[in-house]
Ligand binder design. Structure first.
Ligand SMILES: O=C([O-])C(=O)C[C@H](O)[C@@H](O)C(=O)[O-]
Ligand SMILES: [Mg+2]
Length: 434
């Protein structure tokens, strides 16, 4: 395909609603459907690159003008994407109103929103560029340093069905998981189905002693395997330290036990259990304070809000400089994002902790074939671009759902609103909750 035009001739944005199980977190419960945005960048030479990012309307509103301005530029002009995005204005009021709603993505700023949108375009451009040049995305990022990327099982407390009664997907045998035995059973399914050898439990749902018991049960059921607990900042410093003391012998790390850098620094000062975060260090601007105060030992990138794959590598370099580990967390996502995570993770030296992925929870995808976990790992493909292909019928079906008026309320992810179907008085809990 050498010599063909890499000028962008068209950009297609397709918002979709993806089936999601009733997974519990400290803010509420996942809705039956979650919004995602699929980006397609089409070159004048006819190559199509695909990307994926968050799909709530505040992202869409930024993506639309940016898409228009991409036409006529080269897919290889990845740095230019950021300059272009800076010119697209963000309605500050909408950003303020969205702080911490549903996404548990740390403090949302206009910049972070913008970067999340840019990431979808960056991945689509890299995919197109790779396809045009006959190179996998990892090669465009400097080349893989491993043949497979390890992921951890992402365990959730979970209801049998959505409280609204909407049956968004067949349960696939997961069932409910509301106590230590349920969590161990879920973990066993993860190991049988995907071969995972490390586990992350989403906490902040039940009183800490119940979650401590669940981790203990996991430690007994899977002796020696790495375990993490992530209450998304729901605990006080005191509670965090108590949990750290109780579970210190079995935890790989505690993830965001308390909310914000000052609280995390206090926890870190009182325990030898490493602390990880995808909430207090979510932008480059947040790094100096956190690192200077020893608040975190592992930064979990979300390539969406860090601004894409190349910025994730920049984050890894900064972390390396300061002796802080880097890994990846996830949010509800489809196979395009898993492929993107895998390509970038394949290029990062010294990745000492398995990344986590929601992908096993997504029974639906828009790819012609799903990515597979073997022995808990995704193999790094050498197929040009991301190495995945869109299934247009599936994409159309998930987009039709997004267009359907009956699902309009679900276009914004709002875990607290979903929880009100079970508890009409539910509001996002004040922090610390325990
Ligand atoms: O590591 C994390 O904090 C997450 O994965 C954030 C997500 O929003 C998670 O809490 C969820 O999907 O409920
Ligand atoms: Mg987390």
């Amino acid at each position: 395909m050498h010599g063909q035009s890499l000028v962008i001739a068209d950009v297609r944005l397709t918002p979709v609603l993806v089936a999601d199980p009733p997974l519990l977190n400290t803010q509420g419960v996942h809705q039956p459907y979650t919004p995602r945005l699929i980006v397609e960048v089409v070159t004048a030479g006819g190559v199509v690159g695909i990307g994926e990012t968050y799909g709530d309307s505040k992202y869409l509103e930024l993506a639309r003008p940016l898409a228009g301005r991409l036409v006529g530029r080269e897919v290889s002009d990845l740095n230019g994407l950021f300059t272009l995005a800076d010119d697209v204005s963000v309605d500050a009021a909408r950003v303020d109103a969205s702080v911490d709603v549903g996404g548990l993505r740390g403090v949302q700023t206009a910049d972070k929103l913008r970067l999340s949108v840019v990431s979808g375009f960056e991945v689509a451009c890299l995919d197109a560029l790779g396809k045009a040049l006959g190179l996998p995305v990892h090669a465009l990022l400097g080349g893989k340093v491993r043949e497979a990327v390890e992921y951890s099982a992402y365990l959730f407390y979970k209801w049998d069905g959505h409280p609204s009664g909407v049956a968004s997907e067949k349960d696939d045998g997961w069932g409910a998981a509301l106590d230590p035995a349920g969590i161990v059973a879920q973990a066993r399914l993860f190991t049988e189905r995907y071969g995972f050898t490390s586990f992350k439990l989403k906490g902040g749902v039940f009183p800490p002693e119940e979650e401590v018991a669940a981790i203990r049960a996991l430690a007994e059921a899977f002796p020696g395997l790495p375990l993490r607990l992530d209450p998304n900042g729901a605990w006080s410093v005191e509670t965090s330290l108590k949990v750290a003391a109780e579970l210190g012998d079995v935890l790989e790390y505690l993830e965001d036990p308390a909310l914000g850098t000052p609280a995390m620094a206090q926890v870190a000062a009182g325990t030898r259990v490493p602390l990880a975060t995808n909430m207090c260090v979510t932008t480059f601007e947040e790094i100096p304070e956190a690192f200077a105060n020893g608040a975190v030992q592992v930064v979990l990138s979300d390539h969406h809000y860090w601004g894409g794959l190349r910025r994730t590598r920049e984050l890894a370099a900064v972390c390396r400089t300061f002796g802080v580990s880097v890994s990846m967390h996830s949010n509800t996502h489809l196979g395009i994002s898993l492929a993107a995570m895998t390509h970038v993770a394949a290029t990062v030296p010294g990745l000492h902790h398995a990344c986590d992925s929601h992908y096993p929870w997504q029974a639906e995808d828009i790819l012609t074939s799903r990515l597979r976990f073997t022995d808990g790992k995704v193999a790094v493909t050498d197929t040009p671009g991301l190495g995945v292909a869109l299934d247009r019928d599936k994409l159309a079906a998930l987009h039709a759902r997004w267009l359907d008026d009956d699902f309009r309320a679900l276009r914004e992810r709002d875990d607290a609103a979903a929880m009100r179907a079970a508890d009409p008085d539910w509001t996002t809990p004040a922090v610390p909750r325990w």
